[in-house]
Design a protein around this ligand. Sequence first.
Ligand SMILES: Cc1ncc(COP(=O)(O)O)c(C=O)c1O
Length: 407
Amino acid sequence: MSMREIRKYRFKYLLQTPGGGSLPSDFCEAVARKVERFHQQIPGYRPTELVRLSHLAEVWGVKDIFVKDESTRFNLKAFKALGGSYAVARLLSRHLGMSPDDIDFAYLSCHEARERIGQVTFTTATDGNHGRGIAWAAEKLHQSAVIYMPKAAARSRVENIRSHGATVIITDLNYDDTVRLCRRRAEENGWYVIQDTAWEGYAEIPLWIMQGYMTMCVEALNRMIPAALPPTHVFVQAGVGSLAGAVVGYLINKFKEQPPKFITMEPHNAACILASAAAGDGRAHTVSGDLNTVMAGLACGEPNPTGWRILRDFCSCYVSCDDFVAANGVRILANPLKGDAPVEAGESGAVGLGVLDLLCNNESFGELKQKLVIGPDSILLFFNTEGATDPESHREILWYGKYPSWF
Ligand SMILES: Cc1ncc(COP(=O)(O)O)c(C=O)c1O
């Protein structure tokens, strides 16, 4: 199990034979169905599209390509509110002495519940999408939110959070230090931290957030299983690894007899999951520095230990790549082959398609493709986790070819 590099493309990967651990019961079917029922109560809920790129699959020599398109989730342009809404609702339900099985979103947002709970403030640190989800959930439940953002946060992402009535504080820190600042401020002010990553002594709320993400997979399989098209390969991008842990955790429970191959993708400058795998001691490892990348949602240096343990046990491959790979993914999804539908994808959402492009169309990646057994029988599932959450950057990539391939 050693890290390999395809130097010309600044592409790193590590392959492993998965299957070491016991199934993560927190991500079993019964929990996933309960979470799905919760989301169905939220006004405006509808399953997002599972886009089938049949023509692309044909040209690239695989059986099928599916993209779960989260760019339209709750009109918030990202999957994140699935986790934040579930965690906030679980917390408030507990406040009211209600069983987790009886979460009632309508009740939690009514005047009587608000009187019983009183005014609470939720806080979190975010690159954008998670904070927007928390601000939105707080607004719906008539509570307050204070959102911390790292330096160089995109203006559009800040404004989107403010539009839900939240207070936004932009720090001069990177993401992980912003999380620490948020924790300190919460302690000083008696706020609830709703963070999408765990640390020692803080695991329950991030677990609820991860469980919230499972709805994406449930919806995808609701379409794929009746069509007799279960995924053979699942590509999922990682920041702290909560999303990837939830996706892998759910799908490994679902397909325990014949699991798909799981592949994670990260930007080079924030590849903490790959670094953890490469360390080979089974523990989560941190990477530090500016974490600079156009994949802002993936710019995290400290893995969520809960997510990492699942990825450690069940992934087949960990990838880290350059920004051009994500930009290519954005361009490919926005400009489909005739007959396929276009998908609005942000940089963090599109990186998987960029990786598949390299695997299918570039000889230097032939060996990796072969080891992953990607070919005419493969049914590939991707998660477009965001739309154009930074429209300026999106236009630069699409219109002016920013972050070009150099080969
Ligand atoms: C669009 C997008 N995709 C993927 C991720 C990665 O999620 P995680 O940090 O749980 O790995 C994020 C995280 O913020 C995100 O915003």
